[in-house]
Design a binder for this molecule. Structure first.
Ligand code: NAP
Length: 287
């Protein structure tokens, strides 16, 4: 067995940032404005605070202006929707991110669905999901877009391969399954009621783990030579796959940290730049 390829999201994200930096500079040279990403954070969940800070830092690195809106824990669904509507109507805002998860009493999907799809750079609105699934022009859910970008960068064949996605959340499992389907993979989506999960996973050429349980996918569940995509990010920098033992069997894998995480942020930033380019009527430099 050959040494597996490390799908290095950290390095790829860095090089995408350099390209985005140039595109932001071009927007500024032509229009005198820079892209603006508005980020709403409700409450002060420590993990969310960290993610918002990391996204703000990434904005600063490429020249996007981050506009952080902190809302109190006790905000209602209506409060959040009102805030989103204000941002929808603000012509100076090009992207809107509602940091997930919001406190339990808030209807997250209703909030996501109130984001104008032309500013839905995190790809969370149901309408955005439908358009993406039907391959109509739409922003894509950030983590799935990061995963597909990484697989394509490393020329991992997707067409005709068996892909098994473990998890069916609206922000990760479902959209990544649809994106793999659109790349002509044969896709199986697993969840907490799936029977004989290890057997299903053993069929996979590409495994995407999006479960939220540390080292959930065991080494003896994976086929020799498969590609492991670990979207999990659990406390202590631990993914959803037992990578310590599984990587010796696979042909390529995403490390945790440094795999899917940086690509998620890079996708969000990229779609914010695209949104600003569209707003200013500038042709995008990439397709
Ligand atoms: P989520 O909303 O909690 O969804 C977890 C999914 O896993 C659900 O669909 C659930 O099935 C399924 N599941 C739970 N237990 C299972 C079991 N025993 N067998 C099979 N499936 C099971 O989580 P998420 O938001 O999608 O996040 C998943 C992971 O990705 C987390 O570790 C999170 O931290 C990470 N994440 C990383 C990034 C990044 O940028 N790297 C971004 C987002 C999320 P049911 O639907 O049946 O309940």
């Amino acid at each position: 067995m050959q040494t597996p390829v490390i799908l290095d999201g950290k390095t790829l994200a860095k090089s995408i940032e350099q390209e985005l930096h140039e595109r932001v500079r071009r927007i500024k040279d032509i229009t005198g404005s820079v892209p603006v990403l508005a980020t709403i954070i409700v409450g002060n969940d420590p993990a969310s605070v960290t993610y918002v800070r990391m996204k703000g830092n990434a904005c600063n690195r490429v020249g996007i202006r981050p506009h952080k809106i902190e809302m109190p824990e006790e905000s209602t669904t209506d409060d959040v929707i009102r805030q989103i509507q204000t941002l929808n109507e603000d012509p100076n805002v090009h992207g809107i991110l509602l940091q997930h998860p919001v406190p339990r009493h808030i209807d997250e999907m209703a909030c996501f669905n109130s984001i104008d799809i032309t500013k839905d750079v995190d790809g969370v609105n149901t309408h955005t999901f439908g358009r993406m699934t039907m391959q109509v022009d739409a922003y894509k859910s950030a983590t799935p877009l990061g995963i597909i970008t990484l697989l394509k960068h490393y020329k991992i064949p997707i067409e005709g391969r068996e892909a098994v996605v473990i998890g069916r959340s609206p922000i990760l499992g479902k959209p990544v399954a649809m994106m793999l389907l659109n790349e002509n993979a044969t896709v199986t989506i697993c969840h907490s009621r799936t029977k004989n999960l290890p057997e299903v996973v053993r069929r996979a050429d590409i495994v995407v783990a999006a479960v939220g349980k540390p080292e959930f996918v065991q080494a003896d569940w994976v086929k020799e030579g498969c590609v492991l995509v670990d979207a999990g990010y659990n406390p202590g920098n631990i993914g959803d796959i037992d990578l310590k033992n599984a990587t010796s069997k696979c042909s390529a894998y995403t490390p945790v940290p440094g795999g899917v995480g940086p690509m998620t942020i890079s996708s969000l930033i990229r779609q914010t730049v695209e949104s600003a380019e569209k707003r200013f009527g500038l042709a995008t430099a990439e397709k």
